[in-house]
Ligand binder design. Structure first.
Ligand code: NAD
Ligand code: ZN
Length: 252
């Protein structure tokens, strides 16, 4: 077959257990900068490490200051064509699972459910002392208005934090194991919009490939795992997924 999209669509049509894994690259078309983009939140701030957050009120103040600025970028963003194609595939059982490194919640807004969020979600706040959870929006507004770290409404602690994995914080084992099982069981694994250098998340495509699954990488830049892939697509993600989706309609 001459066309790479038609080839991938055919693999997807035949797959019994296709899985998609996404990184920051799928959300750049929604206006959220990826890790490396100049001007992105990640390049502007020195992140607060988890231990510092837990130990110091000043660190918690700085954490909330940074996160409240970043929240503006997330809150205004809407899912793009790439998120929408994946949500459609999942709802039609073309995809057996969705895994993401993103914390922006855009897959869920597009309709994907469930989504294994390896790095948690910026759309919720969780108390580090009692695990009380709430939507992030109102507490971010409270911080912006008062410049005071919002207190947990269950136990009164000021160790309230976005439900994301901070630098120096361990991943949620249950989520990691769920994602690893999906990867191991997959016969077709899409790695989309990730530089595939952050561990342990980058090990998922490796796990899929070594268990015999076909790996498809969609990413603008080369990745360290390109040699393992059955196909590498270097086009913009929204465009590439839309083209595969259109080709899928022809083979089904
Ligand atoms: P990364 O920034 O390391 O890699 C993103 C990759 O996507 C890059 O290789 C880039 O070339 C590619 N890319 C960007 N836009 C693209 C497009 N439109 N089409 C094709 N390719 C495109 O991302 P990562 O591997 O996910 O690691 C970043 C870390 O930072 C993760 O841990 C993540 O949790 C966090 N992060 C999350 C968000 C978010 O939630 N949206 C944003 C930035 C960073
Ligand atoms: Zn609490």
């Amino acid at each position: 077959m001459s066309n790479i999209f038609a080839q991938i669509a055919e693999w997807l049509a035949q797959a019994q257990h296709a899985v998609a894994f996404t990184g920051a690259g799928i959300s750049t078309e929604s206006g959220i900068p990826d890790f490396r983009s100049p001007g992105g939140v990640w390049s502007r701030f020195q992140p607060v490490l988890y231990d510092e957050f837990m130990a110091s009120a000043a660190a918690r103040q700085e954490y909330w200051r940074q996160k409240s600025l970043a929240h503006v970028e997330f809150a205004a963003a809407v899912p793009n064509a790439g998120h929408q194609v994946l949500a459609r595939w999942q709802s039609r059982a073309r995809l057996a699972g969705m895994i993401t490194q993103n914390i922006d919640g855009l897959h869920q807004l597009a309709g994907s459910d469930p989504v294994w969020e390896l790095h948690g979600t910026a759309r919720e706040i969780v108390c580090q002392d009692c695990n009380w959870r709430t939507a992030a929006g109102p507490l971010v507004e409270e911080f912006v208005a008062t410049e005071t770290v919002p207190l947990c409404q269950a136990c009164g602690s000021d160790r309230t934090k976005h439900a994301t994995i901070s630098f120096g914080q361990a991943l949620d084992q249950r989520v990691l194991e769920g994602a690893m099982t999906l990867a191991t069981d997959s016969d077709l694994f899409f790695a989309i919009g990730s530089s595939l250098v952050v561990q342990p998340a980058a090990s998922l495509p490796q796990l899929a490939a070594s268990a015999g699954g076909r790996l498809v990488i969609i990413n603008r830049e080369a990745t360290p795992l390109d040699d393992l892939a059955a196909a590498v697509v270097r086009q913009p993600i929204g465009e590439a997924l839309t083209a595969i989706d259109a080709a899928l309609a022809d083979v089904l």
